[in-house]
Design a protein around this ligand. Structure first.
Ligand SMILES: [Zn+2]
Length: 282
């Protein structure tokens, strides 16, 4: 078993009782979908820390936070919860979420789901969220690109829609999840232009059962390589998997096989996220 002390960080994990249809959507139907199962897989891939992204399916912000807190407590400081809020629920819902976050000392970030919840990242109803993120120094992660189910609306999930708000809140760090897939070059441009914008490499592969899966790793690697070259530097690119959708081993292989200097690959696999989320060394 590889040592977790190598210090890799996975910025995109989901461990939730509200995950839908685990048998069909997980990369393996008999996956050990628990803190223990996740930590074992992290150990096998030298991943020290992971971010647990609350799902938009969680019935309330409070319940999602409680679940994240429990998982974090059971992980010896290796898993870090990220909360979410739906701005289409109204100003009171946004205010209540912020009030709950205020008491949540272990919170590592805020995740938003445009595309699933039909709002643009530059929606003014989100201003209190961005102001709070600024005040507390919390990165804001945005779901980008393709949605897991057919009910999503892709127009809300395009990287170009993040450009305006990244300019409005220069002191807030934004993460474009899934590198904006399939709009990866568009995401690369938004990262290149805005020094407060990052992108993660999660969820770029389909389910292993699709006929062309064996070709997808190579294609995703080509696309990510092109994006890093467009950005011109590796320090705002973050490794993520989207576990349980993707196997950690395969997600790490995507980055590890990039035609970049070893130190840049390792920065993408750990150091960049450790700096962004201020994670302690293990
Ligand atoms: Zn995800």
């Amino acid at each position: 078993m590889a040592s977790p002390r190598a210090g890799r960080v996975d910025v995109h994990l989901h461990l939730s009782r509200w995950w839908r249809d685990l048998r069909r959507t997980a990369y393996r139907p008999d996956l050990d979908y628990s803190v223990r199962g996740l930590l074992t897989e992290m150990d096998q891939n030298s991943i020290a820390h992971g971010l647990l992204l609350q799902l938009h399916e969680a019935p309330t912000v409070r319940e999602g936070l409680g679940e994240g807190r429990e998982s974090a407590a059971a992980s010896s400081g290796r898993l870090h919860p990220v909360s979410t809020v739906d701005p289409t629920q109204g100003d009171d819902a946004v205010r209540e979420a912020i009030r709950l976050w205020e008491d949540e000392r272990g919170l590592a970030g805020v995740k938003l789901y445009p595309g699933y919840q039909a709002f643009y990242p530059h929606d003014r109803r989100l201003d209190p969220v961005y102001e709070y993120a600024h005040r507390r120094g919390l990165p804001v992660l945005l779901h980008q690109g393709d949605t897991l189910d057919g009910l999503g609306l892709l127009k809300f999930a395009r990287p170009i829609e993040v450009d305006e708000v990244a300019g409005r809140y220069r002191d807030v760090r934004f993460v474009l999840c899934h590198f904006g897939n399939p709009w990866v070059p568009e995401a690369a441009e938004v990262v290149y232009k805005n020094e407060n914008v990052y992108a993660d490499t999660s969820g770029l592969l389909a389910h292993p059962s699709v006929p062309y899966f064996d070709r997808m790793l190579e294609q995703a690697r080509r696309v990510v390589y092109g994006a890093v070259v467009t950005i011109g530097r590796p320090d705002r690119v973050l490794y993520g998997s989207d576990w349980p959708l993707e196997e950690l081993k395969v997600a790490v292989e995507l980055v590890h096989g990039l035609d970049l200097p070893e130190k840049d690959r390792e920065a993408i696999l750990g150091e960049n996220a450790r700096r962004l989320f201020r994670l302690p060394p293990l």
